[in-house]
Design a protein around this ligand. Structure first.
Ligand code: NAP
Length: 184
């Protein structure tokens, strides 16, 4: 979900730390947007490309940090390509979260052992106390043009149902917002 609200910020923050950022998203338009607008170094279209092959090509030395918004099969593909001492940030599970039956667990979690890797859950509410310091950091990166807001705005309270449901169909690019009044 690299072209979603969380993913496009995670990638920009990675770039601000001088990491190489590779996003995975659905469709060529979102992948172009990730490279042209969000500043990612590369993007993989998981709907039309072989993700495993693309990761082998783009990350021949393995993946140091995986910021996971989706879980499911993509997590398993990445686990097989972790670098030694790598980190997996579990943020979202959109590929499996709404299934009626519990999905099978990651088949390749053993890679965490072999690669001395760490997988840890991340929940935004645990970080509330750090907001002021983080906002100052964001502002500094913004001033240095290292990050930019990437909002996908619809206008009018009546657009809320469509704006919300589009999140589950990949309908947004960037952070989905609804402007409820022209004066805001
Ligand atoms: N841990 C936390 O504190 C925290 C906070 C906020 C959000 N989250 C989670 O982080 C994730 C992303 O949130 P967001 O606000 O960035 O959402 P978002 O902007 O709505 O992005 C969601 C994107 O997920 C992709 N997607 C949908 N189904 C998928 C599937 N089966 N496999 C792969 N990709 C799929 C779609 O993009 P494509 O067109 O590319 O498929 C969709 O646009 C969500 O799972 C959310 O619950 C966690």
């Amino acid at each position: 979900a690299a072209a979603g609200g969380v993913g496009c910020m995670a990638g920009q923050i990675a770039k601000a730390h001088e990491a190489r950022a590779i996003g995975i998203a659905g469709g060529p338009d979102k992948c172009d947007w990730l490279c042209q607008q969000a500043g990612f170094d590369a993007a993989i279209d998981y709907k039309n490309e072989d993700v495993a092959e693309a990761l082998d090509r783009l990350c021949p030395d393995g993946i140091d940090i995986f910021f996971d918004n989706v879980g499911g099969p993509i997590l398993d593909i990445v686990l097989q390509r972790l670098a030694m001492g790598s980190r997996v940030v579990l943020c979202g599970l959109i590929a499996t979260e709404y299934l009626t039956e519990r999905p099978p667990g990651p088949a390749y979690y053993s890679e965490l052992l072999y690669k001395r890797a760490r997988m840890e859950g991340y929940v935004i509410w645990d970080q509330v106390r750090r907001y002021p310091a983080f906002q100052a950091k964001l502002k500094a990166w913004y001033d240095q043009q290292l990050i930019k807001p990437l909002d996908d705005i619809s206008v009018g309270i009546e657009t809320v149902p469509d704006a919300l449901s589009s999140l589950f169909k990949g309908g947004n690019t960037g952070i989905r917002l609804v402007r409820v009044s022209e004066d805001d």
